[in-house]
Ligand binder design. Structure first.
Ligand SMILES: O[C@@H](CN1CCOCC1)Cn1nccc1-c1ccc(OC(F)F)c(OC2CCCC2)c1
Ligand SMILES: [Zn+2]
Length: 352
């Protein structure tokens, strides 16, 4: 039986095809992809990117096994408001677009690109919709299993690799042992780096690391345009550092999207945080920051999130790949201003 064009059967294939024409664009509406792919956004996005990047030929991947793995992975994302399979599809498509930046034209090997896309797709699988701190505070089995250390990130990695052991899902069967080892090593490194407790360390190293890269930046000899300075990194360690930052940026990319997309993610994360707060309240636990629906100031929290975390990170990233990624910075700025306007509007409403 032939494989459907986007990996999964859907009565809306024409509409999905129209959406997938924007797979290389930052403005892709992942919620539309989810709706028109019969809730298989992760499978259809990953399959489309793999085909477009010729990874199926390069690594002699069985298309059927790839789809078996993707559909199984997707089914292991839980039905939680934010950390569901749409978030994985969103982050996967984001890292695909970041990898298309001309600065990286000659930077990564095919295997590193395969690993980066795989890491993005798996990075939050089986996420229960609560924070690491909640799992630790509630003596959850997972916190016990992972000794309170990057509990969710370790769990997603273990679940994702466990699924690979399934014979008819092992789409990397034709990789050499060395390649499988490298794929596993890079995926583990990248997914563990999505733990927000590592954010400070990433911000510490990013400044000096990017300065050293800019110093090395060379004019790509056969480039057709003088501005195409490709980053050539001889050390795999440095390339993995860049991929780690890239996945962290993709994971924290909601405020860099168009307002209509960004506000849907805000609604979802607040649902998830408030539900956790409800569980903490009824368990008599202290309610985590931003998780108390009775005292929530959603607009202020987003402005704080943008100013403290998202904008500094994306400014560092945009500096490295200048002039690319200016659109992300522009969206962050206009989105922050929109939330500031909501607040100013709110107070004047109260005065009427
Ligand atoms: O929790 C966040 C970082 N912490 C750091 C410590 O202070 C509180 C925030 C990052 N994170 N981790 C997982 C999901 C998200 C996360 C992703 C999209 C978020 O907002 C929007 F873009 F949709 C988001 O917003 C929260 C609620 C208000 C401020 C932060 C959070
Ligand atoms: Zn995530």
């Amino acid at each position: 039986d032939t494989i459907p064009r986007f990996g999964t059967e859907t009565p809306h294939e024409a509409k999905l095809a129209e959406l997938m024409d924007n797979i290389d664009a930052w403005g892709l509406n992942i919620f539309d992809v989810h709706n028109y792919s019969q809730s298989h956004s992760l499978t259809s996005v990953m399959y489309t990117i793999f085909k477009k990047r010729n990874l199926i030929e390069t690594f002699r991947i069985s298309p059927q096994k790839l789809i078996n793995y993707l559909v199984t992975l997707e089914s292991h994302y839980l039905d939680v408001p934010y950390h569901c399979s749409i978030h994985a599809a969103d982050v996967t498509q984001a890292i695909h677009v970041l990898l298309l930046i001309p600065s990286f034209e000659n930077t990564f090997t095919d295997l590193e690109i395969l690993a980066a896309l795989f890491a993005a797709a798996i990075h939050d699988v089986d996420h229960p919709g609560v924070t690491n701190q909640y799992l630790i505070n509630s003596d959850n089995e997972l916190a016990l299993m992972y000794n309170d250390t990057s509990v969710l990130e370790n769990h997603s990695l273990a679940v994702a690799f466990k699924l690979l052991q399934n014979e008819d899902c092992d789409f990397i069967e034709n990789l050499s042992d060395e390649q499988r080892k490298i794929l596993r090593q890079i995926s583990i490194d990248m997914v563990l780096a999505t733990d927000m407790s590592k954010h400070g360390a990433i911000m510490q190293t990013i400044q000096s690391f990017h300065q050293s890269l800019k110093a090395k930046q060379c004019k790509d000899s056969n480039s057709n345009s003088s501005t195409n300075d490709s980053l050539v990194l001889t050390e795999q360690k440095e390339r993995v550092q860049l991929l780690r930052e890239m996945l962290h940026c993709a994971d924290l990319s909601n405020p860099t999207k168009h307002l209509s997309i960004y506000t849907q993610w805000v609604d979802r994360i607040m649902d998830e945080f408030h539900y956790q707060g409800d569980r903490e309240r009824s368990a008599g636990m202290p309610i985590s920051p931003m998780c108390n629906r009775r005292t929530a100031d959603i607009e202020m929290a987003q402005i704080g999130f943008i100013q403290a975390i998202v904008e500094p990170l994306w400014q560092m990233w945009a500096q490295l790949v200048y002039p690319h990624c200016q659109q992300m910075l522009d969206n962050i700025d206009s989105n922050r201003q929109w939330y500031e306007y909501q607040i100013s509007n709110r107070s004047s409403r109260n005065n009427t």
